[in-house]
Write a protein that binds this ligand. Sequence first.
Ligand SMILES: Cc1ncc(COP(=O)(O)O)c(C=O)c1O
Length: 392
Amino acid sequence: MTSHDFDQWIDRRQTGSLKWDDAAVLFDSADVLPLWVADTDFPAPPPVLEAIRQRVEHGILGYPSPRFLAFDALAGWLQKRHGWQTDTSWMVSTPGVVTAISVAVQTLSQPGDKIIIQPPVYPPFFSSVQRNGRTLVENPLILENGRYRMDFDDLARKAAGARMLVLCSPHNPVGRVWSAAELKTLADICLANDLIILTDEIHGDLIYPGHRHIPLATLDDAVAKHTVTFVAPSKTFNTAGLYTSTVVIPDAALRKDFATGIQTLSIGKSNIFGIAAMEAAYLHGEPWLAQLLPYLKGNADYLAEALNHQTPNIKVQVPEGTYLAWLDCRDLGLTPENLASFFAQEAKVGLNNGASFGSEGVGFMRLNFGCARPLLKEAVARIAQAYAARGF
Ligand SMILES: Cc1ncc(COP(=O)(O)O)c(C=O)c1O
């Protein structure tokens, strides 16, 4: 079996990388270690790279079709990894999950409709509701003993009169992998109020031991009929730059409206490398993923242990899934601006400001630990040094 050396750091500077090459400008600080936007610093699995190479070797880069090959591969993956029996006719190809969520908002709701999100949450959830002229309704998560849970009483009140809920499952940034009981309660409330549920499951393959990702649509047929699921190989296999995602919609009427929106915008044509990568990832990427997950868990364990020990006023929980850690820095007593500047200017690490995930994120920072461990160690050393220098 091939052994993958995730410890090896590959220089991404000067490769047109958003994470690395834009960091100095974004963080207004030279030599910042970038641990922000959610891609990893690992090469994609060898079979994925080989599939792209074969496309190049073949030489003809005309219009591709995701149907048959890539959709079959995805259906096989969803069945094998998550026990979800799908039909490839339910699948619509999209150029990225954020784009697809925005189109779903446009096509499955009306201007002014109330759409519920659960902050602190991935920032584009706010903008896809607000920029499309819908009414944002917030059902904040509750933080209890370092772990987030949903507020179902609040949700039940707010679901009455709403049109849609956008679920993040697993949740970015808080790292929760929702349990069957939580998903069922959420679905019961949504169905009782006839809500459509957009469920962003892009992190669904990045799950740590003791937890299991449950695609919302597997709960039962009634839930499936109200559910629009967003998946992509991009987080799991680090292919985000290929902008290839899939929306799975079991209900024919919802699917028709969504697909019409995609056609209207003329964004349903896939990328030939994205399709090749998606097929190879889902067919042949599993052994690589089996090695990646323990490595990421090792990073998460190291990070939590090191920061909780060396910088006790920055509290870190090991997430249940995703490669994102949610640092509770509220005890530092800094404003969001000063907190961001502490990390960027003093520690020289580039993190996402928690405030961008909603007001519940004020005082938090999000750290992407999808990198070689030596780099993560360097980041921790920088944070610990800046923390000591400040005398926090
Ligand atoms: C929850 C979630 N959805 C979507 C995306 C981005 O998806 P895409 O690049 O396919 O638009 C991310 C990336 O960080 C994410 O965390």
